[in-house]
Write a protein that binds this ligand. Structure first.
Ligand code: HEM
Length: 234
């Protein structure tokens, strides 16, 4: 069975002991953290408008009117940020046969026996699910958000349509926040993963443990820094 290409532009192995693997370029990391920052601002300003008990959060944005005014712009920012991430990573997030066997063995993964799992490419099934659900929900949120952005688009839709849009927008927001919690939990749970997104680099051991198929492909390809081809320890 031919393996799908798991390596994206910028991935590389660096000479040394231990082997260091470049996982995210500087541009990808800036793109990611701007998106994450946008999400946090969006969630805080959205929650402030969500329920009276959370109204105190408007204090962070200069009061109720300011919160209502800036919230949609944070949404546009998040949409553009995620579009950047989407363009970078959609290909390596496509379904691959390895995902089927990963899913079948998910109980082993959850039990903490990752070593007994089938080999994983650049992202595992759970990461891919977060990616696609986030994408779908962001599209849904920007769509419904525009319907209820009265200042610019108020005249284009009926009150009935706006009511449905507000409901879908609120439910979508809850789903997105839950997905973000899963995403951050995963990032903290798998030790060394934060370093990937902060410094852009992981150890060869991390790559071998969590994304072996990707690591093997990288080691096989000629894409190594300092013209050195390192091989994963087996
Ligand atoms: C706010 C806290 C966040 C933290 C701590 C965080 C952390 C991380 C980490 C550590 C990775 C690297 C995972 C790996 O290489 O295996 C990652 C990847 C990624 N993150 Fe985040 N993230 C956050 C927010 C977000 C948000 C708000 C979005 C999008 C709306 C997002 C989208 C992504 C994407 C697309 C990837 C690449 C993985 C993939 O394509 O599946 N992140 N994040």
């Amino acid at each position: 069975m031919s393996e799908r290409r798991e390596v994206v532009e910028g991935d590389a192995l660096e000479k040394g002991d231990p082997v260091v693997v470049v996982r995210y370029s500087t541009a990808a990391r800036i793109n990611h953290w701007l998106t994450a920052g946008g999400f946090v601002l969006l969630a805080l300003s959205g929650l402030a408008l969500f329920h009276p008990s959370l109204y105190f959060l408007t204090g962070l944005f200069g009061g109720g009117q300011w919160t209502r005014a800036v919230h949609p712009w944070f949404g546009v920012f998040l949409f553009l940020g995620f579009t950047g991430l989407f363009l970078r990573f959609w290909k390596v997030n496509l379904w691959s046969p390895a995902d089927g066997s990963w899913l079948k063995n998910i109980h082993t993964f959850l039990a903490g026996d990752e070593d007994k799992m089938p080999e994983v490419g650049r992202f595992n099934f759970a990461q891919k699910a977060v990616f696609w659900w986030m994408g779908i929900l962001i599209l849904m949120m920007i769509g419904t958000g525009l319907v209820i952005w009265d200042q610019y688009f108020g005249a284009y839709t009926t009150v009935e349509q706006k009511r449905i849009a507000v409901l879908v927008h609120s439910l979508g927001a809850i789903a997105m926040i839950c997905i973000l919690i899963v995403h951050v939990y995963g990032a903290v749970w798998a030790r060394g993963t934060m370093t990937a997104m902060v410094k852009g680099k992981v150890t060869g051991g991390w790559a071998f443990k969590h994304h072996r198929m990707w690591f093997r492909q990288l080691a096989r390809s000629a894409k190594t820094n300092h013209t050195h081809t390192a091989t994963p320890a087996e």
